[in-house]
Write a protein that binds this ligand. Sequence first.
Ligand code: ATP
Ligand code: MG
Length: 401
Amino acid sequence: MYLTRLALTNFRIFSRLDLQIPRKVILLAGSNAQGKTTILEAAAYLANFSSFYAAADRQLLNFNLQPEPVLVGRIVGEYQRGLRSHTLEVRFIQEFNGSPNAPRFRKEVLLDGVKKRLSEVYGQFNAVSFLPQMSRIIEGSPSDRRQYLDEALAQAQPGYARHSADYTKALNQRNALLKILAERGGDTRQLEAWDEMLARHGAEIMRARVQALKELEEQAAAVHQQLTRGTELLRLLYKPAYEPLPAPKGQMALPVQAAVDRSQLSVEDLEAGFRKALHAAYREDISRGMTTLGPHRDEFRFIGSGIDLGDFGSRGQGRTALLSLKFAEVQWMRARTGEWPVLLLDEIMAELDPQRRADLLVVLGQVEQALLTSTDLEMFSPEFTQNHEVWRVRDGIVMPD
Ligand SMILES: Nc1ncnc2c1ncn2[C@@H]1O[C@H](COP(=O)(O)OP(=O)(O)OP(=O)(O)O)[C@@H](O)[C@H]1O
Ligand SMILES: [Mg+2]
């Protein structure tokens, strides 16, 4: 798939931008602080409905706007998916009603002009982002890794975003109830309704994660073999907070790095087991005032030839593993959705050695469209700049080179 048009209104530095985009590799070149990353951020937003840079959506609204009762920012993306063309629009709306210090902020998403719920628009437009700070996926916290996996799955698996949203809703309710039970006591049977919801949606989430990690691992291991010239075997190890498999006799838990296969477990097995485990954890959960088990506390680790790369890997090892994962994600997304995702690469070339750059160029050659940013055109070969589009970004204006 590919974008044919990207139009922005009051989105960060762009009060107005309207780009027709070819089905090509496009290099956005320019000095610092000109708006290059913002263009990528907007395109990525159409796939993830959250920003990889902003902590909150309200930061995306142009901050130079004159205060008005209602301020609206917009991303409009037109794209071609197979033989069909579609339009996705995201509106960021800030309203001052009454107190000028506390504006209300909301967003709306429209697919082909029709307002949709967020969970209905995931997976309509697919993109894979390569960003400098994606090292967080390996070096960061478990929640960074969950977020990564959730965003990939929301795009590639219909229904995942819905389960994820429903799970979170039930989790918040259950946690609120646990706090009340801890403070005032009460009948623990009140928890059962929430257990039911958590088990139903949690089982779907776990099942999807097991499957996705297995598929990603397969692809990533193959890529990693090539990138490390066969010297390192990459594995993605799922460590669910609720372990559905029984521990071996005489042991408390599964061995740390054992090759465990959970792919045979059905959603029904997972649901029943998880519901039981939730029930068994009542005392602990009430005393801590939170749900201690479930996919919201899942973890997955990167293992390179038996070594946990998050804990013990060198920087270079980590980066290579990430590249393997990202290349794998591109292939995986294509296999799952039948479409090549749009690639978004923010200042990535600068981070790579010549060999890795060459590897990346191969992937760029496969997809229908890629948007790259760079402050330094020198980094690209003359063949590259001749064969691909180069656009200059300067002070919020985009011009073909
Ligand atoms: N909400 C906002 N409203 C207006 N301008 C913003 C907003 N958020 C960020 N900016 C500004 O937009 C400008 C462009 O940012 P962007 O990250 O797109 O630049 P860039 O071209 O990628 O630069 P670099 O090469 O340094 O990465 C920056 O000067 C930034 O301060
Ligand atoms: Mg930038």
